[in-house]
Design a protein around this ligand. Structure first.
Ligand code: CAA
Length: 241
């Protein structure tokens, strides 16, 4: 029986590429999403991967959503915490709502989603938790005090939980994508992207979602059990850590 993977934010952007790559690697995949029904419907039509709607910012919804996925596909072996949002603003203009929305989704979201799935992974003595953090959690980014704080928090969470999961055969790792050609990055003002960001990327281009997906497939594998608490930086040489 093939393993089951749940990808949050799995119908668009990097998450879409992750869902497809895991399916192609033989996993039974469930793709979660929160908002865009049309995109989710189209995703399922095109890929055959089922979609499940709930917000990772809502703990009770995560408990219910994980239960639904497990009832339909079986116990979740691989959890990819990919769902994320931006609410960019220079700090002096950032509102408490912009702070809270990003923390709730990008940081609390990985607690909310991992917590209900964790006990089953412990019982079955196998699990793969893969957290999609960001280059901006590593280096910080002007205009993203909220996002950088949340994504740095995701890395602390990863390292702490890796220590707890190790004796149960559960690995917990993070991937830090750089600037990837998705709607999220395309929302950055063109002049900022061209003048400030692209010149920092050594390979001279944005990354592709598939270039992140291949890191996920690597970490999800049964024979990746010696890799835990680690961070893969996939950023085109923009930042070395
Ligand atoms: N460092 C220092 N100062 C900066 C700066 C930087 N990187 N970028 C802008 N500034 C300065 C500007 O020079 C400007 O100064 P002056 O007023 O003295 O000219 C001031 O800050 C305000 O800048 P803007 O005119 O750009 O301000 P704005 O309010 O119109 O826009 C912003 C602010 C929305 C944050 C915009 O600058 C922006 O979108 N920046 C990009 C942020 C970014 O990289 N987001 C990543 C999104 S993708 C993602 O998050 C995925 C991932 O994981 C990588």
């Amino acid at each position: 029986m093939s393993r089951v993977a749940l990808v949050t934010g799995g119908t668009r952007g990097i998450g879409r590429a992750i869902s497809i790559a895991l399916r192609d690697a033989g996993y039974r995949v469930a793709a979660n999403y929160a908002g865009n029904d049309d995109a989710a419907r189209q995703f399922t039509e095109e890929t055959g991967i089922p979609h499940f709607k709930w917000s990772v910012a809502d703990y009770d919804a995560c408990v219910e959503g994980a239960g639904k996925v497990e009832a339909e596909l079986g116990p979740i072996d691989v959890l990819v915490n990919n769902a994320g949002i931006t609410r960019d603003a220079m700090f002096h203009k950032m509102t408490p709502e912009q702070w809270k929305e990003v923390i709730d989704t990008n940081l609390s979201g990985i607690f909310n989603m991992t917590h209900p799935i964790w006990p089953g992974m412990r019982e079955r003595k196998f699990g793969r938790v893969i957290n999609i953090s960001s280059i901006n959690g590593q280096k910080g980014q002007a205009g993203q005090a909220n996002y950088s704080a949340a994504k740095a928090g995701d890395l602390g969470f990863t390292k702490a939980l890796a220590q707890e999961g190790a004796r149960f055969g559960i690995t917990v790792n993070a991937i830090c994508p750089g600037y990837i050609a998705t709607e999220m990055v395309k929302a950055v003002p063109e002049n900022v992207l061209k003048e400030r960001i692209l010149p920092q990327i050594a390979v001279g281009r944005l990354g592709e979602p598939e270039e992140i997906a291949r890191c996920v497939v690597f970490l999800a594998a049964d024979d990746a059990g010696f890799i835990t608490g680690s961070t893969i930086s996939a950023n085109g040489g923009q930042y070395f850590i």
